[in-house]
Ligand binder design. Structure first.
Ligand code: SF4
Ligand code: SF4
Length: 189
């Protein structure tokens, strides 16, 4: 968190937004006493601009825009380690998820590459029931204009059987599609 933050009384609209996000996430940021156990256990905190503890603090302070614009919410891998470790029972992973959905809806995405990756990953899972790595990389590179990014890694990975040219499909693809349809009915984007 590089830039200085100016603390003002929380706007009513931000209070209402926080209540809605907490309701969607089924948890409350106000329970957090800033012990930092979530950040200490987060496997990707090193790559975040605000650690999970800091994201929760932004919410507590009513700095909703800052939380929605944090790259951290896109870097979060939804592993739920933070939620499992929290001594106050704050479901941080679920709040991260609610923040991601809200940021998408508001078009507040600081790092377009991360959002593109996120969409490409989900579209592969929706179509094949599991991630299709080669397609994911090609789609990501095309949409971000980095046409040959990591291209040199493709062949060695294929030779070692770590990357396949064609997608592997799971049996329960219809069920997977239903999960996505249900998520959209519930407001997913
Ligand atoms: S582990 Fe829980 S109480 Fe501790 S900083 Fe994280 S959210 Fe707050
Ligand atoms: S759910 Fe996200 S924020 Fe929590 S530990 Fe995993 S990656 Fe970090």
């Amino acid at each position: 968190m590089g830039k200085a933050l100016q603390l003002l009384p929380t706007a009513a609209s931000d209070k209402a937004l926080l209540s809605r996000l907490e309701e969607e996430a089924g948890t409350s940021a106000t329970l957090c006493y800033q012990c930092g156990k979530c950040s200490a256990g987060c496997p990707v905190a090193f790559a975040m601009d605000s650690t999970p503890r800091q994201v929760i603090r932004l919410l507590q302070l009513g700095l909703l825009s800052e939380a929605l614009e944090a790259q951290s919410i896109w870097i979060c891998a939804s592993c739920e380690t933070c939620s499992a470790r929290c001594p106050r029972g704050v479901d941080i992973a679920s709040l991260m998820d609610a923040l991601r959905r809200e940021a998408l809806q508001q078009g507040k995405i600081n790092d377009k590459k991360v959002a593109v990756f996120n969409k490409a990953f989900l579209s592969g899972v929706k179509s094949f029931g599991r991630t299709y790595e080669a397609g994911l990389l090609m789609q990501h590179n095309l949409l971000t204009g980095q046409f040959f990014k990591d291209a040199e890694l493709g062949l060695p990975m294929m030779k070692r059987g770590k990357l396949s040219i064609l997608p592997e499909k799971i049996k329960g693809r219809d069920e997977m599609k239903k999960i996505f349809e249900r998520a959209q009915e519930l407001g997913g984007v």
